[in-house]
Design a protein around this ligand. Structure first.
Ligand SMILES: O=P(O)(O)O[C@H]1O[C@H](CO)[C@@H](O)[C@H]1O
Ligand SMILES: [Mn+2]
Ligand SMILES: [Mn+2]
Length: 395
């Protein structure tokens, strides 16, 4: 038989509650204790997710958080469990790096909730790189709201809109045509080394279009400039062993493009799903495919849109079914998440949660509560590769 393949698929922000340290993470002034992204959505609407529930989604929610939502909880036919994160951040790089075998060894720098949020040397560097007299916003904000509030002044002055969140990020929104997309990307790329040295995880370009409030919309040309992971990830190890590694969506940016042979991007999660299904059929023997589906998080979690998130989960469940049907004998597909973003919660930021670990291809088995790094260790074990520095295979 051909060497087995592995598919690691992240539903960005699809947490299932129960994080033991949730009280130490906040949305505004209130802790994340009790947040439960899929659990609360399933309580609010009748969720139909037959494929992932057949693997053990309902059982995993019960295990992680003791919540037993209606409509989920069939007898698991897959390998199922829930994973707990140890990295001190509830952001995308922390979750992905830890599941790839590299827990974050430092405290991320987050900017204070003051105005200005950024220190003068950072602001001065942005101005120097952009060639502007100043910056706009300079505060914590939601990305869609900040362009409504500052978009007109941006068009008048040409100054970039700079904002942050509870995550370790500095985001720059600018008009794709009037400021210029290439100029925005060069600005973020030029700024990134200074911010990475401060342990700020990412500088993110957020281009938008439109002429006036109400008509400003963000475009798909977002670019993230992230710190490189501080150790070898499963992508590095697989690529170093001569395996083909495929990255779908944001995975390239999250891992600073390290250990990635082929990058598959798209304008939407629907495009990414077609890449995933195609690779399900065609990916090379012994290859690793690592995918991130971001719209749960950006379009629905941060926007606190319960109905939209529910519809996206139901859509994705169909994609999961198609991937499972495409697998070859001996392949492994794991569906998981990187953090929570409960759309029923206060605030607009991520929520600290456990995540589901649902695997197709190995038959029914309960693995219980595991660590994020155990996911990566299991992927490598399945591929017959040496163990990463962190994590133990649950296979
Ligand atoms: O409100 P928007 O711009 O989508 O910002 C979100 O995107 C950032 C990066 O994923 C998060 O830190 C969160 O603040
Ligand atoms: Mn994320
Ligand atoms: Mn997010």
């Amino acid at each position: 038989m051909a060497e087995p393949r592995a598919f690691l698929v992240v539903m960005d922000s699809a947490g299932i509650g129960g994080a033991p340290d949730a009280a130490r993470f906040f949305n505004g002034d209130l802790p994340d204790s009790g947040a439960n992204t899929i659990g609360h959505i399933a309580e609010a609407v009748d969720l139909a997710m037959p494929n992932l529930d057949r693997l053990g989604l309902g059982a995993a929610i019960r295990l992680a958080s003791a919540l037993a939502p209606r409509g989920l909880g069939s007898q698991p036919q897959g390998l199922w469990g829930a994973a707990t994160e140890i990295s001190p951040g509830k952001d995308t790089p922390s979750g992905h790096w830890e599941m790839a075998g590299v827990p974050v060894p430092w405290q991320w720098h987050v900017f204070p909730k003051t105005v200005p949020a950024f220190p003068p040397d950072v602001t001065a560097r942005i101005c120097a790189l952009a060639g502007t007299e100043g910056i706009l916003a300079n505060c914590h904000a939601s990305g869609t709201e900040v362009i409504e509030a500052f978009g007109s002044r941006h068009l008048r002055t040409g100054w970039p809109i700079c904002y942050t969140s509870v995550d370790s990020v500095l985001q720059i929104a600018a008009h794709e045509e009037r400021f210029g997309l290439d100029r925005l990307i060069a600005l973020c790329e030029g700024l990134a080394p200074m911010l990475h040295a401060m342990r700020v995880g990412r500088v993110i370009a957020r281009p938008f279009l439109g002429d006036a409030p109400g008509a400003f919309t963000r475009t798909p040309n977002r670019r993230d400039f992230a710190i490189a992971p501080p150790g070898p990830t499963i992508l590095d190890i697989a690529a170093g062993a001569g395996r083909v590694t495929h990255a779908i969506g944001k995975i390239g940016d999250i891992f600073s493009h390290r250990g990635i042979a082929r990058l598959h991007k798209g304008r939407s999660d629907a495009d990414l799903a077609e890449h995933l299904i195609r690779l399900g059929h065609e990916a090379e023997a012994g290859s690793l495919t690592f995918a991130n589906f971001v719209e749960f998080d950006t379009n629905f979690g941060h926007r606190r849109d319960i109905a939209g998130y529910a519809a996206q989960l139901e859509w994705f469940d169909g994609i999961a079914g198609r991937l499972i049907a495409a697998l070859h004998p001996g392949d492994l597909a794991i569906f998981t998440a990187d953090h929570g973003n409960d759309p029923s919660w206060h605030g607009t930021d991520h929520t600290r949660e456990r995540v589901p670990v649902l695997a197709a291809g190995l038959g029914p088995r309960a693995i219980g509560l595991v660590g994020f790094s155990d996911i990566g260790a299991s992927v490598l074990a399945h591929l017959g590769l040496p163990a990463p520095q962190h994590g133990r295979s649950f296979l």
